[in-house]
Write a protein that binds this ligand. Structure first.
Ligand code: ADP
Length: 263
């Protein structure tokens, strides 16, 4: 049987067109699923501290004769949970702000200056836990064309995590190093902490994913820190990777292309 090649060609186009359409729809459905999963997660994460706050407020209101010690304990739980709620809301807003790429101001940012600000904020926490926070800058004059707050957030979240997931009072070290290699700026944050299990390593950048939810909560985590960094780094055209050994420590490595920077 001979088929007209023009007829064959048009059938080919119809089939390819349909496949592309199906791929489009699949992508849209996937995005829609991700969005509704996120909304469900957000609602759950916000509800947990709120339920606790309203529960303790109610208990205090119904028990006028509660002893001072118990009363103070309840008040301090309410305070902790309110702080947690605030951190969650701040992180959710920041994440959506970054994702929507809203009115970001780009400027020449000195990596060293931004780092020093973060160092001051985090070093006293490290000290209080007997963790040494050290740093090494190959070149203190590196200037990146980026958003200052975003660069600060990358340093802050990585160093904060390194301290949070390192056992206290064992004289462990968190080391930050910044340098350039070929056409890239490389930021490394290395700790001697609890490490990350192999099976979780690919998931830690997902929103609200925590290896150990109880521990993350205990140390004040929102589960959004790494998702925020991932988005910032992506918006700078860079990458982030992690190397980790369970119970020995982790190293987060951020690469930012130097083409967006000048010296
Ligand atoms: P969190 O607010 O819970 O710290 P993140 O998004 O910053 O959320 O990190 C996600 C999870 O990745 C954490 O809950 C923790 O299990 C793991 N993690 C992140 N950084 C480290 C680290 N330096 N050492 C060990 N585990 C880490």
């Amino acid at each position: 049987v001979s088929i007209d090649p023009i007829y064959l060609e048009s059938i080919k186009h119809i089939i390819i067109g349909s496949i592309i359409n199906i791929q489009d729809i699949t992508e849209k459905v996937k995005l829609e699923h991700m969005r509704s999963d996120f909304v469900a997660n957000v609602s759950h994460e916000l509800k947990t501290p709120l339920t606790s706050i309203s529960g303790f407020v109610e208990t205090l209101r119904l028990n006028e004769n509660i002893d001072v010690q118990t009363r103070n304990r309840f008040l301090s739980i309410i305070e902790t949970e309110s702080d947690r709620l605030k951190r969650l809301i701040d992180d959710i807003l920041l994440l959506s702000f970054i994702e929507n790429n809203e009115k970001i101001v780009y400027e020449g940012v000195s990596l060293y200056n931004v780092f020093l600000e973060v160092y001051e904020m985090t070093n006293y926490i490290a000290k209080s836990k007997n963790i040494n926070l050290t740093y090494e800058f190959d070149d203190k004059s590196i200037v990146v064309f980026a958003n200052r707050d975003y660069i600060k957030q990358v340093f802050l979240n990585l160093i904060d995590n390194a301290i949070k997931y390192t056992p206290e009072n064992q004289g462990k070290t968190v080391k930050v190093s910044v340098g350039t290699k070929q056409d890239k700026i490389i930021i490394k944050v290395k700790d001697e902490g609890i490490g990350i299990p192999k099976e979780d390593i690919n998931r830690i950048f997902e929103r609200f994913y925590r290896v150990d939810k109880a521990r993350s909560k205990e140390v004040g985590g929102t589960g959004l820190g790494l998702a925020i960094i991932k988005h910032i780094v992506k918006s700078l055209g860079g990458t982030i990777e992690v190397k980790s050994e369970l119970r020995h420590g982790s190293e987060f490595i951020v690469n930012i292309p130097e083409k967006i920077s000048f010296k």
